[in-house]
Design a protein around this ligand. Sequence first.
Ligand SMILES: [Zn+2]
Ligand SMILES: [Zn+2]
Length: 347
Amino acid sequence: MKAIVKYAAEPGHMEIREVPEPTAGPGQIKIKVVAAGICGSDLHIYNSDIAIPVRPPVTVGHEFSGVITEIGEGVEGFEVGQRVVSETAYSYCGTCEACREGWYNLCPERKTLGYWYNGIFTNYTVVPAGRVHLIPEGVSDIAAAMTEPLACVCHAVFDLTKISPTDIVLVSGPGPIGLMTMQVVKAHGATVIVSGTNVDTERLALAKELGADYTCNIQEESLEELVATLTKGKGVDVALECSGSHFGTNSALKLLKRRGYFTQIGMGKPEVPFYIEALNYKEPHVSGSLGSRKANWIQALTLLSQGKVKVEPLADVRMPMEEWETAFEKFRNKEGGKFILYPFKED
Ligand SMILES: [Zn+2]
Ligand SMILES: [Zn+2]
């Protein structure tokens, strides 16, 4: 079968290769890929500038939905033909402090699907049965392919941030992650402002359609004034940074109220100028956010099946895997929001 393979540690070095079709070993499940999402981190794997361990040659890709085609020895509770998604934390040590406390997303030994283990930009993949979740009825293949990023958002919002229905929440950056974050916050009943720049005009309009209370193009209107009016000068209760730009981070910290919650979800450059004064003067609750845990997958699939989060409208570019180079190029140039790849034509 064909696969998009990162074949050497140096930047680039990615191509379509012929790889053996895997079989499900004991405790494993084989899944036929139906829809695959391109993640920002796939570009980082291409560029070889990601801190998560990659083991070339490896089939790239980790966001997907599929159908079970084979069940390994000893696996119970699944059947061939079921529609499923799989967590990306393929393996972790289980004994370190992070693992023992249930925060295996932070395990230093965590090895990831599409980084260390062969991923899903291909036709078939094999994963441990313990990572597999059934797709609820009524959730489409395309929507289910975005369970992973939505689970990461659920981790950031449910596990790391405190939101009340009366809160005014700022989401900076209206990319796919920002638009998912906005909807997860709306599911908490809070009021949401989504901010972006001139390049985000369409995405800000989509934010409005998907339920944002306020949107703000910061190059055209004053976010400070909007926040001051809505919060009577107090500042937002919660800020969720989804742009990955340090301008977004610093502006959010400036607009945050005293003792407010700030969570960094977007991933940007490793070291940037940081408005540290906010920490000294506001005593904010500041957190980062990395990946997701099992509970977050259940939350994500529940939100999708309840219709409280809509992700299909985010998948605005859909292409076959044969055209991955064009897709990566367009993605790099931000010519679209969420990119979905369909598997290779099987001969
Ligand atoms: Zn991802
Ligand atoms: Zn561990």
